[in-house]
Every structure is written in C-alpha cells, then in structure tokens.
Design a protein around this ligand. Structure first.
Ligand code: EPZ
Length: 428
C-alpha cells in the first residue's frame, strides 16, 4: 500500500483545475444501463472509484472506455454502451469495494425487470443501510428478497409509477429511484428527494436522454415514465467537495489558490463558513480564488446537513482547518454515525479535539506537528493531507488508496503549487 510524505510549511500558490465530480460521475455511469445507445460523459475524473464502477458495469454488459482528449483538448470523455444486459448480478467483491455499486439496482430493474445486487454492507462511516432504496422499488411494484447477502429483485411486468416519500434524505436512494422511474409505466413522485448538485446533474443528463422530469433541483421530483431512453453527451458537474478541500488547503497554508472550473454556488454553505473563518473567497474568471485572510483563521461552529446545508463530505477538512483556529469550534456531524476516525490521527499531530457522540470540539493550536498517520476513509485521508501541508516537519500518511478513490493527481496538483509532497510506492 502506497504512502504519501509531506514536508509542511509551504504556502500553496497557483492554479488547480477542478475535475468532474466523483459523486456525479458514479450515478451518471449507471444511467448508461437505461439505454442501448452510447452515453458520453465529459470531464470524467480519473479515480479508483470510476474504474471500479466501470468494472462493475462491464460485468453487467456495459462497455466503458475513456479517451483523454475525447471531449476536446484536455477533456477526458468516458463512453459507455449497453447493447444488452448480459448479467444481472452485481457481485459482492465489487460492491464491497464501493458501496455506490448499489446504484446499478434501479437501472437494472428498469431495463430488464431483474437484478441481483450485493448488499453494500457497512463501511468505516457506519452501517449505511439501503432500506429506503428497497422501500421505493417495492412501491414501484418490485418484489424484493434478501438472500445470501444479496438483494434479489424482480419486476417481471416492469416497474410502475408511484408516490415515494423519503423519511430522510438519501442521495443515492434518490438517484436509484429517479433512474428506475424514468422507465416505469406511469408517473412517479419522489417527495423529500435529495437536492445535492450531483442529483441535479443526473436529472439533467436523464432529460438529455429523453426522460421527462419536473422539479429538478427541488425536494420533489416528478417523473413521467418512458418506454425507452436514448444516448446523450453530458458534461459532468465540477466537484464541489474537491473545490472546498483545496480552498481550505489554501487557507491552512497561508497561500492563495485559483480553482478553475469551480462552481461557488454549489458550495455556498461551505463558502459562507470559510468566509466566517476569515478565508477570502472571491470569484475569479472561470472559478474562485481562495486565500487566508490577514488575521488568520477564526474558529467557527458548523453542523453538517443535506444540501444546501454544509456537506458532511467537507466535515473532516473543516476540522483540520479549525485545528488552527483562534479559539474553540464545535462540529456536529448529523449525517453519519461514525465520521470522526480522523480525530485520533489529527491528535497525533498535536491537534486538541474532544469528541462526545456526534459533537467534536476543536480547540485551535498555534501549530501542528508532522507525524506518521493513517488514512481511514476518503475524506479523512484528505484532511490528513491538509494537516500535513500546514504542519511543521514531515507527515507520512499510510493507506492512501483511500485518497485515490476521490482525489485525482493530488500530489501533482499540490506539488505544482509549492507543496513538498511525494508518493512512497510500496515495494511490490
Ligand atoms: C452519498 O452517499 C455520497 N456518496 C457520500 O459521499 C455522502 O457522504 C452522502 O451521500 C451524504 O451526502 C455518493 O454519492 C456515491 P445517503 P449515500 O444515502 O447516498 C441513511 C464520499 O466521501 N440511509 O445520503 O450512501 C444513511 O445511513 C461519500 O464521497 C438510510 O438509513 O448517503 C446515512 O446516515 C461518503 N437508509 C444517511 O441516510 C437508506 O436506504 C444519508 O445517507 C439510505 C440512507
């Protein structure tokens, strides 16, 4: 397993191009199961999770290829085509590696009336059930059993439209049912739907594919089912979590980064929070400019919430930022039960954090100190990179395969902006 070594203390200065969002690309790839025509996705990010989803779709009969300049100069284009479903089983060894594999359930059922998808199982963040995905598909007429760790679903006469009310917001639950509804007979309403920009991006692509969807961007999506969808070409929305991550990196290192292609309106809650913390965020050309304000980092409380609230996927990064705050900040993680695994690792670097249930209190310190630390999940790993960039001395982060799932060329991007960072390849 590779590690990353960082010698902290250099202010980051330069420009970073923000790629397509991982959490938009994954459902968009799964949408290719809904049609036999090719689907072209531009700005597809080069990430481990994208490769895993491509592998999973390949098992089902969907081809996936990426051309580096397929969408134009420096625009990677992913092309997917599913002439026919050749297998209905999404195997455990792939879904276990990436829980977003659950996103093939709705499209498979919609396309061919059958699906056998491994339960994703828990992950470091908590149990991560999929009961709302199943509830919605049952309301659409699917018969669903759980057998041997698999969801076995059948809708021999096809899915039918239904009104589905979510008792709580689920991003991939909304996406699974949105895709299923596009090929159902009749009308479907998704009430209490997730409003994340990635959900909106999927809906906009489905409309390009011939779907009929009203209420895009709101918490009530109304879909009129069609007998089939056709291919399309779609530009994947920029990754708002990567945007927020690099903006905080600029602040923590006392530097200034121009984030090309960023959509500030997709991270408004995070922009508001960073501005309260004293970070200068301004629009600049085709993106945003982020830099630490003159009077350092102010400690600011934050509570995670579904969009448009502060994203849980930026919680670990905000905690790293608050480690250098001028006072105490309270962080309340309301989405996942166990999303504080980065706390003991930050503490090894001299952070002063106490956790009680969903609440973490971060007392700012003058400096963090480099140390050997271990990545535990995708966003925790990048929070350790931020801490290492700001710390005095060397930090070595092990198990960086977590990082490779969601951050493209992170060492290259940071090194190009002045960081002393290198990947230590594990001896084969
Ligand atoms: C998506 O996960 C993202 N992943 C996550 O990003 C993100 O943290 C999360 O949404 C919240 O924004 C992708 O989009 C691929 P949820 P998802 O269903 O859809 C509970 C990252 O770092 N729930 O919105 O799996 C669940 O346990 C990843 O990129 C049920 O109880 O999250 C959680 O507490 C991490 N039953 C809450 O809802 C269900 O059927 C939100 O989960 C579904 C969810």
């Amino acid at each position: 397993m590779d590690s990353i070594r960082i010698r902290g203390g250099n202010p980051l200065k330069g420009r970073i191009v923000i790629g397509g969002a991982k959490n938009a690309a994954l459902p968009l790839m799964s949408a290719a199961l809904l049609t036999s025509d090719p689907l072209h996705l531009d700005y597809i990010p080069g990430l481990a999770d994208i490769a895993t989803m491509g592998e999973l779709l390949g098992v089902l009969g969907c081809s996936f290829s990426v051309r580096k300049n397929g969408g134009g100069a420096n625009i990677a284009r992913g092309t997917l085509a599913t002439p026919a479903i050749k297998n209905i089983t999404a195997p455990y060894d792939l879904v276990r590696r990436m829980r977003a594999g659950i996103l093939v359930l709705g499209p498979l059922l919609a396309r061919c009336g059958k699906a056998r998808v491994s339960l994703p199982g828990g992950c470091a963040l908590g149990p991560r059930p999929v009961d709302l995905h199943i509830m919605g598909l049952q309301k659409m007429g699917a018969r669903i059993d759980l057998a041997g760790g698999y969801i076995v679903a059948e809708a021999p006469g096809g899915l039918k439209g239904a009104e589905i009310v979510f008792p709580q917001v689920t991003v991939t639950g909304t996406e699974n049912l949105l895709m299923a509804a596009c090929l159902a007979r009749g009308d479907t309403a998704l009430v209490g739907a997730a409003r994340e920009p990635e959900v909106t991006d999927l809906a906009e692509c489905l409309v390009k594919m011939g779907a009929e969807i009203e209420g895009i961007g709101t918490d009530t999506l109304r879909i009129t089912g069609k007998t089939e969808l056709h291919g399309a070409t779609h530009r994947i929305v920029a990754d708002r979590i990567v945007t927020g991550t690099y903006a905080m990196a600029a602040a923590m290192t006392g530097g200034e980064l121009e984030l090309i292609g960023a959509h500030p309106e997709h991270v408004q809650a995070a922009v508001d929070y960073m501005r309260q913390a004293g970070i200068g965020i301004t629009s600049a050309g085709n993106g945003i400019l982020a830099r630490r304000g003159a009077d350092g980092i102010r400690s600011v409380d934050v509570t995670t919430a579904p969009y448009p609230g502060f994203p849980t996927d930026l919680q670990a990064q905000a905690m790293a930022l608050m480690c250098l705050g001028d006072g105490s900040a309270t962080i309340n993680e309301t989405i996942f039960e166990n999303r504080y695994m980065h706390v003991p690792e930050l503490s090894r670097m001299g952070a002063d954090i106490t956790v009680n249930g969903s609440i973490a209190v971060v007392h700012g310190v003058d400096t963090l100190r480099g140390a050997p630390v271990m990545a535990t999940d995708l966003r925790a790993s990048v929070c350790l990179v931020l801490a290492g960039l700001a710390a005095k001395g060397d930090t070595v982060i092990s198990r960086v395969y977590h990082l490779d799932r969601g951050y493209e060329r992170v060492e290259e991007n940071l090194a190009a902006c002045g960081a002393e960072i290198e990947r230590l390849k594990e001896a084969a």
